[in-house]
Design a protein around this ligand. Structure first.
Ligand code: NOJ
Ligand code: CA
Length: 560
């Protein structure tokens, strides 16, 4: 199959190339690094920036176009780094600004762009602004940067409203003088007030700070939450729950004026050549609302989590693909696809679990809570379906976001004792939410040895015994491994990249078959029975192919 790569006509590699100038992001393969769990250079058990720099050859060989780096800023890790103490520095446990410069230079030398995470909805409670707010009196400019309210009842002893935080538990926290502050997420993550001009100006400084250092783009955390309009009398949680979220008028989420913030950011992005890019994390109710974040006057691109939320099902996939491609045509952005990230159960595991219908908890992960990892998990089937789904996705127009470790076909790690867990979502929802630590366990690089090659010390989250068998070392020489599949698919993808279009080819209901403008085809058999392999030169397959049969739950790429 590798030979086929060498003899393929080279299509769409000049002006239309994913790497070209200002449009490099449109069809990029972007690999998400969760820095504390990628590679540890100094043996303290925490992944760091020099660890990433040392692994740039691995990233280059993998064949990605860009890295999206989750927060690496100073943080007490109340929420895995999404509680930022200082937006213009590096957590000393992860390195220094000089290490960041060296990492950026090494990525760029390898032809890889860098997108960094920016967290505008909230700071950490250790940010200098929040410390100043606590030290300052009620009504002060320091408090105006956040969302403070008087409590109810005698001496303000009761919260201003009964709102629940996204991580569970109350969303208002008292500060001891009758006032309370709002936090959508953990109490260590006070929400900023984006009506405050100083807040707005300071984020522009941060965007320039990283852009000046060579960062190519930004992933915008909770982009739909920044603009808030809190009435004098606050609604109750149940009133909030019944308010429409698709009107742009909800007091907390996806308000229309949030786009004024991003229009200002776009002004900064366009000061650079090529313009800096951005991708919004915006959980909004409709694709129409989502695509507002992706406008060329705003952030430019938005995550589309539809496939991540879908079952392994041809019908669901077909309608998601069709509607998102239609939307992106209308807005002029490109679609994004994602199956896994640091917030969800890994897709090799999701596809090995009983269908979502039987599940009572978030992410279909009730089996994790039950403590039964392997028994209810169809490990082989889950991986087979994940490989098929990924190969289909990598053939689609638009950008593909991949999460570290999915190229190893990793399963979610269930075997983390409660006292070693870190995620606030676990601690704030006892017995209800297992949290997100299971997809954040440090990567296995070697079959054996200290922390399976992650570093010389003990990994900050415990790695299971079976990790060695999934390691890079165990997979790299095996042509049938998931790592080889990703490498080969990404090499074909960048070689074959073409206009952002596809045409559906008639197929059985359980099969998805599409053709890209240059004759590159993907055929995914979602069914449980084999079908006849359609005609064309076989480029790559997600499972083994014998003769002219496309097995169940398998995807192939063909060239016609
Ligand atoms: C979304 C991030 O992906 C998640 O990890 C984080 O907990 C929340 N935003 C809050 O910042
Ligand atoms: Ca380290």
């Amino acid at each position: 199959m590798t030979n086929a790569l060498d003899t393929r006509p080279v299509t769409g590699t000049s002006e239309e190339s994913a790497h070209a100038g200002a449009t490099w992001w449109r069809q990029a393969a972007v690999y998400q690094i969760y820095p504390r769990s990628f590679a540890d250079s100094n043996g303290d058990g925490i992944g760091d920036l020099p660890g990433i720099t040392a692994r740039v050859p691995y990233l280059k060989e993998l064949g990605i176009d860009a890295v999206w780096l989750s927060p690496f800023y100073p943080s007490a890790l109340a929420d895995g780094g999404y509680d930022v103490d200082d937006y213009r520095d590096v957590d000393p446990r992860l390195g220094s600004l000089e290490d960041a410069d060296a990492m950026i230079a090494a990525l760029h030398a390898a032809g890889i762009k860098l997108i960094v995470d920016i967290v505008p909805n909230h700071t950490s409670d250790r940010h200098e602004w929040f410390r100043a707010a606590l030290a300052a009196p009620k009504g002060s400019p320091e408090r105006a940067r956040y969302i403070f309210r008087d409590g109810l009842g005698e001496n303000g002893g009761l919260p201003p409203a009964d709102w629940e935080s996204v991580f569970g538990g109350p969303a208002w926290e008292p500060v001891g003088d009758g006032q309370w502050y709002l936090h959508f997420f953990a109490k260590e993550q006070p929400d900023l007030n984006w009506q405050d001009p100083e807040v707005r100006a300071d984020f522009l400084t941060t965007l320039r700070f990283w852009s000046d250092r060579g960062v190519d783009g930004f992933r915008v955390d909770v982009a739909h939450g920044c603009a808030k309009d809190l009435p004098e009398v606050l609604p109750s949680q149940s009133e909030l729950d019944t308010m429409d979220q698709d009107t742009g008028l909800h007091p907390l989420w996806d308000r229309d004026e949030v786009h004024e913030i991003y229009a200002e950011w776009r002004g900064v992005f366009n000061e650079y050549d090529p313009p800096r890019t951005a991708v919004a994390e915006a959980w909004v109710p409709t694709p129409q609302r989502r695509h507002r974040y992706a406008s060329a006057e705003g952030l430019g691109q938005a995550f589309n989590f539809d496939l991540l939320e879908a079952d392994f099902d041809a019908n669901q996939f077909r309608s998601i693909i069709t509607s998102n491609l239609k939307q992106s045509k209308e807005t002029g952005s490109s679609t994004t696809w994602v199956f896994s990230n640091h917030d969800v159960v890994r897709h090799a595991t999701r596809y090995g679990l009983p269908p979502r219908g039987e599940s009572t908890t978030k992410h279909g992960a009730d089996w994790l809570l039950l403590g039964g990892t392997r028994p209810r998990l169809d490990v082989e089937g889950g991986l087979r379906r994940a490989r098929a789904a990924t190969l289909l996705m990598l053939g689609l127009p638009g950008s593909a976001y991949l999460y570290q470790g999915e190229e190893l076909g990793l399963n979610e790690v269930a075997e983390i004792p409660a006292n070693e867990r870190q995620d606030p979502a676990f601690f704030r929802n006892p017995g209800k939410d297992i949290g997100r630590d299971g997809c954040r366990v440090p990567l296995p690089w070697t079959r054996e040895g200290s922390s399976f090659g992650f570093g010389a010390g003990n990994a900050h989250l415990p790695q299971p015994e079976w990790f060695g068998g999934s390691s890079v070392e165990a997979q790299q020489a095996d042509p049938a491994s998931t790592l080889s599949l990703y490498r080969e698919a990404l090499a074909f993808r960048s070689r074959l990249q073409t206009e952002e279009d596809l045409e559906w080819v008639d197929s059985d209901a359980d099969v998805l078959h599409f053709r890209r403008p240059n004759g590159w085809e993907a055929v995914a058999n979602f069914g449980t029975k084999p079908i006849a392999l359609p005609e064309g030169d076989l480029l790559i397959a997600s499972g083994s192919i014998d003769g002219d049969v496309l097995p169940a739950e398998t995807t192939v790429w063909l060239m016609r």
